[in-house]
Design a protein around this ligand. Structure first.
Ligand code: GLU
Length: 467
């Protein structure tokens, strides 16, 4: 079978948003699943709206998502000569013609057509005139007057367009610049793209593009138009429904693998499976499982999926994400056993990496900062004896396993007559500064004897200073 070649051609007029990222992902997965190729092309011919900042933002977002490209980025604006060459070909073959009708005249024609109950269209005044190139002339495509153009959509099925409704659309402006539909087709042809998956907001461009392929004698790619992503209220996704830019989710502590897992499920399914690793997606993704219904973006579901991915990701991988976040919080953490143990106490309790970073801070503090309320409630005179005794007992242990700690706690309980619950909270505050944390035994094991004993002593001193 022919090698699949897909593409993602964003217009750089803003950040990469959720819908665009999903389109990129579908094309990337289709290429990866089939062992094909994925090409990145920046459609920057609209010079007023395109910015370098947007190009950078889009590349950064794709990199974060782990959507890598085999070719490109190509820049459409650098390919204008190629586009013009194809326009010339169509002029020569009689598939296109120069038109000198003024914009006002065309406007009047369109109004007239609408008044007669038809679609606004160019009436073909210059179609058969064989005009030469002149300064203000545009180039129009000679759309067949009769018949139909059928988009054989791999997602939506056949969509039939009447050629009579398409009119002789412009392919080159009077300033010589090729028009969008022409540029897309020429780029897709010259990049050997054979599969075009894009948002269904482009579906009305497709019959025009198909006519251009045919006029150029080029084989058609497979087209698939993906339904929109909507908010929970079923309106077009906007800021109201949550962050729009993909990198905002990175900044909120989402894992790229969780994010692509969520994105893919906004329009693609594999039975009722919700959780997919990246490799599983590559293995299982097929175009035929893209659905016809709009995807509904639900931040709560995304968050739950992120929590699942955090749970399933090995600690030595999570540490790579966590270390920079700790650095932002003033903590220098290194790869190695300690951080991995820290992560193991937090991965089932953290919905985002930010939560995990905040939760990990106490493990790294030289001196624990006590939460004011927690200290007031638990670091009191009555906690002195159990804290002292526990420090002594733990000091005597060689190894702080769960089992050996249990013995130490039991001895403290026996000697003081205080129940575990009443001992555990002051210990927790002493070790973490807070009243909520991973399990006491886990924390003690990770912190290790020296840190634990030092923290217990610090808490004892803190209480003594208050007395
Ligand atoms: N540049 C277009 C966009 O960003 C994509 C066009 C296409 O996929 O054919 O919407």
């Amino acid at each position: 079978m022919e090698k699949i070649i897909t593409r993602f051609p964003p217009s750089p007029s803003g950040y990469l948003h959720v819908g665009g990222a999903r389109t990129a992902l579908f094309n990337w997965l289709h290429a990866r699943h089939t062992g094909g190729k994925f090409i990145l092309r920046i459609e920057d011919t609209d010079t007023e709206r395109s910015t370098q900042a947007s190009v950078d933002a889009i590349l950064e977002a794709l990199e974060w998502l782990g959507i890598d490209w085999d070719e490109g980025p190509y820049f459409q604006s650098k390919r204008v000569d190629i586009h013009k060459g194809y326009i010339q070909k169509m002029l020569e073959s009689g598939h296109a013609y120069y038109c000198t009708c003024s914009p006002e005249k065309v406007d009047a024609m369109r109004k007239e057509a609408t008044a007669k109950g038809g679609k606004p269209r160019y009436d073909g005044t210059c179609r058969e005139k064989g005009l030469p190139r002149t300064d203000n002339a545009v180039v129009r495509f000679k759309t067949p007057v009769a018949g139909t153009t059928i988009v054989e959509d791999v997602i939506k099925g056949n969509i039939v367009f009447q050629n009579s409704e398409l009119d002789d659309f412009i392919i080159q402006r009077s300033d010589g610049m090729p028009i969008y539909n022409l540029a897309v087709v020429v780029d897709d042809i010259t990049m050997n793209i054979n599969t075009v998956i894009r948002g269904d907001d482009h579906v009305n461009n497709t019959p025009k593009q198909i006519l251009l392929y045919k006029a150029l004698g080029e084989p058609l790619p497979a087209f698939g138009h993906v339904p929109m992503v909507l908010g929970k209220d079923r309106t077009r996704l906007s800021k109201r429904h949550g962050a729009m830019s993909v990198t905002a989710y990175r900044d909120m502590g989402y894992l790229p693998d969780a994010f692509i897992n969520y994105l893919v499920r906004l329009g693609w399914s594999f039975g009722d499976q919700e959780f997919f690793t990246r490799n599983e997606l590559i293995e299982k993704f097929t175009l035929k499982n893209i659905g016809k219904a709009a995807g509904i973006f639900d931040q709560d579901k995304l968050l739950a999926l992120n929590a699942d991915h955090i749970k399933q990701t090995p600690p030595d991988k999570l540490s790579g994400y966590l270390i920079p976040l700790l650095k932002e919080r003033g903590v220098v953490a290194k790869q190695g056993d300690y951080i991995e143990h820290v992560i193991k106490t937090l991965d089932t309790r953290s919905k985002t990496l930010l939560e995990m970073a905040d939760g990990a801070l106490f493990y790294y503090q030289e001196k624990v900062t006590f939460d004011e309320k927690a200290a007031k409630k638990f670091l009191t005179a009555s906690a002195l004896d159990p804290l002292k005794l526990l420090a002594e007992k733990l000091e005597q242990l060689d190894d702080l396993t769960e089992k050996s700690q249990e013995g130490a706690f039991k001895a403290v309980m026996d000697e003081t007559g205080i129940k575990f619950g009443k001992i555990a909270q002051p210990v927790r505050v002493a070790l973490t500064g807070k009243t909520v944390s991973p399990g006491i035994f886990e924390i003690i094991e990770v912190l290790g004897k020296d840190r634990v004993v030092r923290r217990l002593m610090d808490a004892i001193q803190f209480i003594n200073e208050l007395l």
